[in-house]
Design a protein around this ligand. Structure first.
Ligand SMILES: [Zn+2]
Length: 303
């Protein structure tokens, strides 16, 4: 059976219930949003009517009813709220309206992703640099082609950033060949606030595994690398090979705060499955996303 995951504000919800479709309406367990977004929930009439409260606003839901009440306003629902093994299932449109979220379904990872616009990210542009591409496949190890992998992770990361209010730009398109000079030229044009370059690693021995995150010569870049590295390791079980300084071309020449992430060893006996697994790729993108968010929230970019 397909796994159904829920991600809210950059973190996987670990609860038992999952999302589901009913007549083309996506429903989610209310509890996921309540827990992740710090709302309170109580039964007004058990087990019929319940109230959710957040930031002084109240949403009143009735099991089986085709409408809900947001303060004094009646909201018609695409699908009635229902109980499923004690989980209160609510249409995603209602959750998004009450909690001010945007949502997307990441189909290949089975994940419903909900996010609120983050003040620290609104109006910011992140330039994503998927390593290699086109005539340059990068590392090839078994079924893994680095150029496809880096595009896939960058694309996932771009979607997460957009859901949270940032703009995402790319240094290349999916099948495109882009030289290092073209990539840094893209950074001149896009005038991004940050640049994130994504690669993977390789080594002759399969015993070498782990995440390496690189920065070059600037204090904010180092800070950004530290945030990304920490959050990615927290999200994906991958050995820690450290945050390092290195004069990679894009880091040296990009006119902005730049970090290069080597997301594991394509040749590694432990990392190999992380690089091939769609859900773990999504989680790696979540880790990088949270690192970016934490960096922007810390305001380190003003330095
Ligand atoms: Zn590479």
């Amino acid at each position: 059976m397909m796994c159904r995951r829920i991600v809210i504000n950059g973190r996987v919800w670990e609860g038992d219930a999952s999302w589901r479709w009913v007549d083309e309406v996506l429903l989610l367990p209310l509890q996921a949003a309540v827990e992740r977004l710090g709302a309170s929930r109580r039964w007004a009439i058990y087990p019929q009517q319940l109230e959710i409260e957040k930031d002084g606003k109240t949403l009143t839901l009735e099991i089986g009813a085709a409408a809900a009440w947001l303060q004094d306003e009646r909201i018609s629902l695409d699908c009635p709220v229902y109980l499923d093994n004690n989980a209160v299932m609510v249409p995603v449109s209602l959750l998004c309206r009450f909690f001010k979220l945007s949502w997307a379904l990441v189909e290949d990872a089975g994940a419903a992703v909900l996010s609120r616009a983050e003040p620290a990210l609104i109006g910011k542009t992140v330039l994503l640099d998927p390593g290699h591409g086109g005539e340059d496949p990068g590392i090839i190890s078994g079924d893994l082609i680095e150029a496809e992998f880096t595009w896939d992770v960058a694309w996932r990361l771009g979607s997460l950033l957009r859901l949270s209010g940032a703009a995402a730009a790319f240094t290349r398109q999916r099948e495109e060949t882009a030289s290092l000079i073209q990539r840094t030229a893209a950074a001149e044009t896009a005038k991004p606030d940050l640049l994130i370059s994504i690669h993977c690693n390789s080594f002759i021995h399969p015993g070498r595994n782990g995440l390496e995150t690189y920065w070059y010569s600037s204090w904010p870049a180092r800070q950004l690398a530290e945030y990304i590295h920490r959050e990615t390791i927290e999200e994906v079980e991958i050995p820690d090979r450290g945050v390092k300084e290195s004069a990679f071309y894009v880091l040296r020449h990009a006119p902005t705060v730049s970090v290069l992430v080597k997301l594991g060893f394509a040749t590694g006996d432990r990392d190999g499955h992380i690089l091939m697994d769609r859900w773990l790729r999504e989680r790696a993108a979540l880790g990088i996303f949270r690192g970016i968010r934490a960096f922007m929230e810390a305001g380190a970019i003003q330095m």
